[in-house]
Write a protein that binds this ligand. Structure first.
Ligand SMILES: [Fe+2]
Length: 187
């Protein structure tokens, strides 16, 4: 699948601007991480980020959290996509789907998803609400304040270390990746 194809499928099934911006942010972080961990798969890792929440508006994740992920697979199959690596990576970002992260790609999506929301939450406490205002130091400080952005799972974010990437490096990559597309993600 090309990035263009993935983008078209995303536009077809995801309408909420907030969800779209989240998808673009996670795509950017995944690309940034791939540049370090899998430089020949930057586009592919980005596609995993772009599509990881594809079913957000179609599954019943509140009542049936285990459907978040598998429903995306169902949608992709209906679009003629057959890519088990992509499917498992998408499901692994929600361990409740039954797919537990084991590969670098899977740890990266598990970690990048909450990291994007966490950095956005920090940006929003600044007067200008810009991601460019967020400093590495405030990220590590807020990370330890468990009540801040409590929905951003700290364990999942730290799972990046299973890939061999240092957590501080991950923060810098995520910040730089989101800064580079700040206008596209409303930050
Ligand atoms: Fe997500």
């Amino acid at each position: 699948m090309t990035r263009e194809q993935a983008y078209e499928i995303l536009q077809k099934y995801m309408k909420g601007q907030r969800y779209l911006e989240h998808s673009y942010a996670v795509e950017a972080i995944m690309r940034g991480v791939a540049e370090k961990l899998a430089p020949d798969q930057v586009e592919y890792w980005g596609i995993v980020g772009l599509l990881h929440d594809l079913d957000e508006e179609h599954c019943e994740w509140k009542e049936h959290p285990e459907t978040h992920g598998p429903k995306s697979v169902e949608i992709l199959k209906s679009e003629g996509i057959d890519d088990p690596i992509l499917f498992d990576a998408i499901c692994s970002h929600n361990p409740q789907s039954g797919v537990k992260a084991k590969t670098n790609l899977q740890y990266a999506i598990l970690a990048s998803d909450p990291m994007s929301g966490f950095l956005k939450a920090i940006a929003q406490i600044y007067p200008d609400k810009k991601i460019a205002s967020v400093k590495h130091k405030s990220v590590t400080k807020r990370f330890r304040e468990l009540r801040f952005a409590a929905g951003a799972n700290r364990d999942y974010m730290e799972a990046i270390e299973f890939t061999g990437m240092n957590f501080d490096e991950f923060i810098d990559i995520a910040l730089a990746s989101m800064c580079a597309i700040a206008d596209k993600i409303g930050l």
